[in-house]
Write a protein that binds this ligand. Structure first.
Ligand SMILES: [Zn+2]
Length: 620
């Protein structure tokens, strides 16, 4: 039994759900007002026998216990697994208990030292400069409290001595990056005489520090080094405090510095996070993705800071490269374009003003800027041509060289055409010329035509579960994923396969090629066992010809869909029958409409299935 199955078998979904919402028994089921949307009559049902739940109201979604905890606590699959495993008393193999205890200890250490730095900032005479600095930046006491700002004494061993007195060892201090070890084995405090910014993960646990000098020391900002707990490229400062606002406003504003985040939050603009001075990384975007698909980068267009602008551009480019590559689509194939579309926007700040200065001086201006951020491509058009004389032939081709690759990456075909026209007008050449350049290097369409010509062969497939079967096919031939683009997360009843499907689909859409090792490396560790299992499945199917796989993956997807719809229809039938005795609830109409919708879809799915299986049987 896999760890996931083990956890599932030991966890009672009724127990878990009832922690969040009171459940009422109704026959063999349990009902409740949906914990995910506001309602007066309960349309949220738990099925203890199957270990699943479904909201028949506004959410119209469901899943297993993992999906429930993920949705409720805003966790990814691995985190939900860890949490439920702990609850079930199941040991996860990947992290040994020893390591687990060590991490816990390190987190305790960081929380302890953050509180210590904070009290030093508030009370210690040596922190006077730090307090003055914060007053100059107009920070209120409650803001300093919220972000738990602190002060590290200007001493080579003060932090070490404090933590040793609390029972932590030198090894602990080194593991979290608070001391620097010299060649001779002696160590000293990393942060001395600095203003301390605790960096938290999205669960509000301190994982590292940023530290600002109060004098003229270099560097101005010093961060914790990479540790098992702290990975700068996978962290966004302020995310724990910003996540609700980002989701509510459907926009994440990304700034550069700690003070920008703090100033914005103090000003009431809570959808702001900082990228910790690095170029925005795919893993940082990954953190935001579950909250919103709209990201606005606050960039400094200051001419004097041309380097900063260039860096900002590179930051944006990097994000664009990964997020907006169009999905190659053959004729008649549906791609993921609209689903994955991330909107990258730019907030061009007034010259020489940091976000936190601007927010303090002119909050309305900040509101205006963040309400109408500029699409990234428009920003490029402006910035990448400002040093050019577009009357000169040479500068015209420079402009095209700079902008064509950017236009090429625009996911939406209509927008791509729009920018092609715009560039043609800008450099005053025929649109056709630009269009040709944009079209170059487009990925080749798929071999769908060939698939139809070749006679299909039977596809024996030794996988028992439908969901795993589909995933095996998808992993084997990720380029055929666009054929089953209609699949939704809810087509997978199982939380693990669901998480895997979403990860696979997102990954496949990001790159023109599919690298198995790379996919496994970005996949959450909790999904590695499933990956390995599916990957092993793959190696026992070398005899299957490619066209069959293409059809097989469609068949598998339609079968999944059929199974899901039939299950839901059955449940709706029970629900409506139960309700016949009571006065009809407000949502009875919606339920009937859903039944009609599902009946229609089941018929369509059936048609799609028989069309494909008929093709198969003709060959024999
Ligand atoms: Zn709901």
């Amino acid at each position: 039994m896999s760890v996931v199955d083990d956890v599932k078998s030991k966890i009672d979904i009724v127990d878990v759900v009832s922690q969040y919402v009171p459940l009422k028994k109704a026959g063999r089921l349990f009902k409740a007002n949906c914990p995910f949307h506001d309602e007066k009559t309960p349309s949220f049902v738990v099925y203890p026998d199957q270990g699943t739940w479904h909201c028949f109201g506004a959410c119209n979604t469901g899943g297993d216990v993992f999906s429930f905890v993920m949705k409720k606590e805003n966790l990814d699959f691995g985190e939900a697994l860890r949490r439920l495993a702990q609850r079930a008393g199941v040991e996860l193999m990947r992290e040994t208990p020893g390591e687990d205890a060590e991490r816990k200890r390190q987190r305790e250490l960081l929380a302890t030292v953050a509180a210590h730095y904070h009290s030093l900032l508030k009370q210690h005479p040596a922190a006077q400069l730090a307090r003055e600095y914060l007053a100059r930046r107009f920070l209120k006491p409650e803001t300093i409290e919220t972000f738990e700002l602190g002060f590290a004494l200007d001493d080579w061993h003060a932090t070490e001595n404090f933590l040793t007195s609390k029972g932590f060892t030198a090894r602990d201090l080194e593991a979290v990056g608070l001391v620097v070890t010299r060649d001779d084995g002696k160590h000293y405090d990393r942060f001395r005489g600095r203003l301390m910014f605790p960096i938290r993960n999205r669960h509000s646990e301190v994982i590292g520090f940023g530290a600002r000098t109060l004098g003229h020391d270099e560097p101005k900002y010093l961060n914790s080094p990479q540790t098992p707990l702290f990975d700068k490229s996978a962290t966004l400062y302020g995310l724990d405090l910003a996540q609700d606002a980002i989701r509510a406003q459907n926009l994440a504003v990304i700034v550069e510095g700690y003070m920008d985040v703090i100033g914005a939050h103090q000003g009431g603009f809570k959808n702001v996070v900082a990228s910790l001075g690095t170029a925005l990384t795919p893993r940082q975007l990954e953190l935001l993705k579950r909250l919103t698909k709209r990201y606005a980068l606050a960039l400094d267009p200051d001419a004097a800071g041309a380097a900063a602008t260039q860096r900002g551009l590179q930051v944006a480019r990097e994000a664009l490269d990964r997020k907006a590559v169009p999905v190659p689509m053959g004729a008649g194939l549906i791609g993921f374009e609209s689903r994955l579309e991330a909107e990258l926007l730019v907030i061009a700040l007034p010259e020489g003003q940091d976000p936190d200065e601007l927010i303090h001086a002119d909050p309305q201006k900040w509101i205006d800027l963040t309400t109408h951020p500029e699409p990234l491509v428009d920003f490029y058009f402006r910035v990448l041509t400002q040093d050019l004389d577009l009357k000169q032939a040479r500068d015209k081709s420079v402009a095209a060289q700079r902008l064509v690759p950017i236009i090429r990456e625009v996911g939406d075909a209509v927008q791509r055409a729009h920018y092609t026209q715009q560039l043609a007008r800008l450099v005053q050449v025929a649109e056709q010329t630009i269009a040709q350049q944009v079209a170059e290097k487009q990925p080749a369409p798929h071999l769908s035509a060939r698939a139809a010509e070749l006679p299909p062969k039977p596809t024996p497939w030794p996988v028992s579960k439908r969901e795993e079967h589909l995933l095996t096919l998808a992993l084997h031939m990720p380029e055929h994923l666009p054929r089953v683009a209609f699949l939704e997360a809810e087509d997978f009843a199982d939380g693990e396969t669901r998480a895997f499907f979403l990860a696979l689909r997102d990954f496949a859409a990001l790159f023109d090629f599919f690298d198995h090792a790379m996919f496994r490396s970005v996949l959450d560790e909790s999904l590695h066992p499933l990956y390995d299992r599916l990957h092993a499945n793959e190696t026992i199917a070398p005899a299957v010809a490619e066209p069959d796989l293409a059809r097989e993956i469609e068949l598998a997807a339609y079968r999944l869909r059929a199974e899901r719809d039939k299950t839901e229809l059955g449940r709706l039938e029970v629900l409506l029958r139960d309700q016949a005795a009571e006065p009809p609830p407000d949502d009875a109409h919606a339920l009937h409409a859903r039944v009609a919708f599902l009946l229609k879809r089941v018929a369509e799915t059936q048609k799609a299935l028989s069309a494909r299986t008929m093709l198969k049987s003709h060959a024999f």
